[in-house]
Design a protein around this ligand. Structure first.
Ligand code: AMP
Length: 442
């Protein structure tokens, strides 16, 4: 049987890996302008990090976590005893909980200090039903700003997110930015109760899952994909009409900052995000091309209660994450990914066996000088080395044969024009000057 990648995972073959790299570079350029610095937290954490951080009643924690067992924990489980608490580990389903845990563990957001502005990139794991744009191992870039309560921090993060999409090549005309406020511990509990009562009242028109949600997590019913549930929930009470004065003021101030920055957004009072930790501002970016049902390419919000959940002093925070697979699908559907194929700049070809050592030495020298150089390792004839060079899209071929060895030079041929010139084998700078004049493939 041929072995295959597990269901819901993708091999990142060079073209995809390069596209992801391009997105990471774009994030790095944009986020650093806003003072965000890269962090990396472990791919797995104590299960408790996600249970506490994301919330037990969420789909992610309730149904989608890949938990991992060490051999010792597995042995204990097989013996009928429970794994120890510190042996219960889970592959991260999202990045915020791990970053929040790290911020508390390392005291990165001490009170009075500037907020910790951190960004991350990497794999996330959720046991979902795979479909286009929905995987079990997927990749996110995310950013967290921990320690700032002001609405200007929310607006700054949203502006940075939209600038990232622009930098990545997604025109803002293709994107829809939805914003909402989910209230806080003052106004949300009463709203939850109201929605719970509404669900119980409207139970006949709702799916089983939404009926169950009345008790576990009523606000999730706003997020149900079933068209009939959507129709019913459209008549449910709206959080924006139930916000306390502080939350309403915060929401207005965020919108005013976005308006002033010329950011186009739609208020979406039914937008609730799938994770329990959000308070006040929530937002999502959807795209019109390439994705079908899974059209959310990023989202986030404020989570003022999260740091305290990890044993830190109450500290406000906010963040967002974007999904790289979905951004690449949208970019492909909207005209391609602006990444260079990194073709070799020069192919070194040897005419016969005696010139191979000199060809190899030249390739090594030019690579050490910073050029992308390719050569044959399969003892091909000169003709098929030229075919190989052509296929690799190298714009120049340096030919070395008995005649060249006698005079200590290579014949450098332009693949597009066929013109040839002699370049001394030791004149590395001449090679660099000539191949660097070609812009293609650089
Ligand atoms: P979330 O962490 O659920 O807020 O998701 C943030 C972003 O990650 C989404 O907007 C998607 O672009 C992406 N995403 C979430 N889940 C998946 C998945 N299962 N497969 C691919 N991308 C995902």
């Amino acid at each position: 049987m041929q072995l295959r990648a597990p269901r819901g995972t993708n091999d990142l073959l060079p073209a995809s890996a390069q596209a992801f790299d391009f997105l990471e570079q774009a994030a790095h350029r944009v986020f650093s302008r806003y003072g965000y610095r890269l962090v990396e937290t472990p791919l797995f954490e104590s299960t408790e990090v996600f249970v506490r951080g994301i919330g037990e009643a969420t789909d992610v924690v309730g149904k989608e976590m890949f938990s991992v067992l060490s051999p010792q924990a597995l042995a204990r489980l097989c013996d009928g005893s429970a794994p120890k608490a510190d042996e219960q580990l889970t592959l991260r389903p999202e990045g915020t909980a791990g970053v929040a845990r790290a911020v508390v563990e390392h005291g990165l957001a001490a009170s009075g200090a500037a907020p910790a502005k951190l960004w991350y990139r990497g794999s996330m794991f959720r046991h979902e039903r795979p479909q286009k744009g929905r995987l079990r191992q997927f990749h996110q870039i995310g950013a967290e700003c921990i320690g700032a309560a002001s609405p200007s921090a929310d607006a700054e993060a949203i502006i940075m997110l939209m600038r990232f999409f622009e930098e990545a090549g997604l025109a803002s005309s293709l994107l829809r930015l939805l914003v909402n406020s989910m209230g806080d511990e003052n106004c949300r509990p009463a709203f939850r109760e109201e929605v719970r009562a509404f669900i119980l009242e409207a139970a006949d028109g709702l799916c089983d899952e939404c009926r169950r949600r009345a008790d576990t997590n009523p606000l999730r019913a706003f997020d149900c994909k079933s068209p009939t549930c959507k129709e019913v929930m459209a008549a449910a009470p709206r959080i924006t009409e139930r916000l306390c004065d502080e939350c309403a003021g915060h929401y207005e101030a965020v919108k005013a900052r976005l308006d002033a920055a010329g950011i186009v957004y739609e208020e979406q009072p039914l937008l609730v995000r799938g994770l329990d930790y959000y308070t006040r501002t929530v937002f999502e970016v959807q795209v019109d091309v390439g994705l079908g049902a899974q059209n959310a390419i990023g989202g986030g919000g404020r989570y003022d209660g999260l740091i305290a959940q990890f044993g830190g002093k109450p500290t406000p925070g906010l963040g967002f994450a974007v999904g790289l697979e979905r951004i690449v699908l949208a970019l492909e559907a909207s005209g391609g990914i602006p990444v260079s194929p990194l073709a070799p700049q020069l192919f070194v070809a040897a005419v016969d066996a005696d010139s191979r050592a000199a060809a190899f030495a030249l390739a090594c020298r030019l690579r050490d000088a910073g050029m992308r150089v390719e050569l044959d390792h399969q003892d091909r004839s000169l003709k098929s080395q030229f075919k190989l060079a052509d296929k690799s899209a190298a714009p120049w071929v340096a030919v070395i044969g008995p005649n060249e060895l006698t005079v200590g030079s290579a014949t450098l041929r332009s693949m597009s024009e066929g013109a040839e010139q002699q370049v001394r084998l030791d004149a590395t700078e001449d090679f660099a000057r000539i191949v660097n004049t070609m812009k293609e493939g650089l």
